[in-house]
Design a protein around this ligand. Structure first.
Ligand code: NAP
Ligand code: ZN
Ligand code: ZN
Length: 349
């Protein structure tokens, strides 16, 4: 074990501060990364503040990790010292169940191990990417084909990117499909870029008038300010698929009514409190479906990184210093981020 500097919360109400954690020295199939950049996901905030009521403390968030390989175990074959590599939301899973077998470890029957906050069904805590280094087994480490100067903007692909890529692919988004993306935050802006690159006609629904031009720049063909009832009504029954990224409880019926017959809205946003649940009639009249989707597995995460490299897709980011994190969280709650904060890990020692 090696002592490593990190930023973490000691309780749900305390700000994140400098702490020290233990990191495993790499053996067998482990890869040790010096962390260069870590994206700031809204899930980090939900966890640090115990909004999902399952946080283990101290909590060191961060699951959009990009770094440089500084050591490898003797069984590692995919990585060598000096490579750039990424780590996303998971660091382990049972490896035996059907989902793990299919490379969809996020749906592991026995619960995957989160990069932070430990196994989903309970178990020893894990510490995330707001730290100087991390040791992860190579099957949960990803190759990065983007250029070195893009590394900071690649970090958010490891959660925001894959969380949108996975449902867009699962529900077969592509040319001829009209796809709604709800919310232009970290997840949403990746959704607009990726769905457009897949060839879909993207309609962005945002509550923020000042994000309209950016939505178009990211590839949306149309932008609707969701509070404008007249504009919103134009989309009733028009969409083939919706991904909803909103991090707060809101009226799902309004969005379900935008779907065509037999179409689906997938929820990826995970608010701390439930949505108002009145969606029966919006579902039964047109045999619509309300679904959910969780991040993406290791196979699909590598596929998404390669897809984004090929289509020149990165995240639009604001680079911050580590000690800005508490302010960044407050700004994220006001939807005041264009479009992902990324921590420069060289900014603290
Ligand atoms: P984010 O950057 O804060 O973006 C959320 C966006 O939702 C905001 O930018 C805003 O977009 C919209 N929004 C916020 N408050 C709203 C409200 N009251 N009414 C309507 N729209 C509102 O967050 P994120 O990092 O993208 O994460 C979004 C959610 O997904 C979080 O709950 C996070 O935990 C969850 N998540 C889920 C997965 C998964 O696997 N399913 C993975 C990662 C994250 P506009 O300004 O455009 O309206
Ligand atoms: Zn995340
Ligand atoms: Zn499994």
């Amino acid at each position: 074990m090696t002592k490593v500097k990190a930023y973490g919360a000691k309780t749900a109400t305390s700000p994140l501060t400098l702490i020290e954690i233990d990191r495993k020295d790499p053996v067998a199939d482990d890869v040790k990364l010096e962390i260069l950049y870590c994206g700031v996901c809204h899930s980090d905030l939900h966890t640090a503040r115990n909004e999902w009521k399952n946080t283990q403390y101290p909590s060191v968030p961060g699951h959009e990790v990009v770094g440089k390989v500084v050591a490898v175990g003797n069984k590692v074959t995919k990585f060598k010292v000096g490579d750039f590599a990424g780590v996303g939301c998971m660091v382990d899973s049972c490896g035996k169940c059907g989902s793990c077998h299919d490379g969809e470890e996020q749906y592991c029957d026995n619960g995957f191990t989160g990069t932070y906050n430990g196994p989903v069904f309970g178990g020893e805590n894990t510490f995330g990417g707001y730290s100087k280094s991390i040791t992860v087994k190579e099957s949960f480490v990803f190759k990065i084909k983007h250029s070195e100067k893009e590394l900071a903007s690649v970090a958010p692909l490891l959660c925001a990117g894959i969380t949108l890529y996975s449902p867009l692919k699962h529900w077969q988004v592509g040319p001829g499909k009209k796809v709604g993306i709800v919310g232009l935050g970290g997840l949403g802006h990746m959704g607009v870029k990726i769905a457009s690159a897949m060839g879909a006609h993207v309609v962005l629904f945002t509550t923020s008038k000042n994000k309209m031009q950016d939505g178009l720049k990211f590839g949306a063909k149309e932008v609707c300010i969701s509070s404008d009832e007249k504009e919103f009504a134009k989309y009733v029954g028009q969409l083939d698929f919706i991904v909803n990224t909103v991090a707060m409880p809101h009226n799902l019926d309004a969005f379900l009514n935008l779907l065509k017959k037999d179409s689906t809205m997938a929820l990826v946003g995970a608010p701390a409190d439930p949505h108002p649940s009145t969606q029966v009639f919006s579902l039964i009249f047109k045999r619509r479906s309300l679904a959910g989707s969780l991040i993406g597995g290791t196979t699909e995460t590598q596929e998404m990184l390669d897809f984004c490299a090929k289509h020149k897709i990165v995240s639009d980011i604001e680079i911050i210093k580590m000690d800005y994190i508490n302010t960044a969280y407050d700004r994220m709650l006001k939807s005041d981020v264009k479009y992902r904060f990324v921590i420069d890990m060289k900014s603290f020692s």
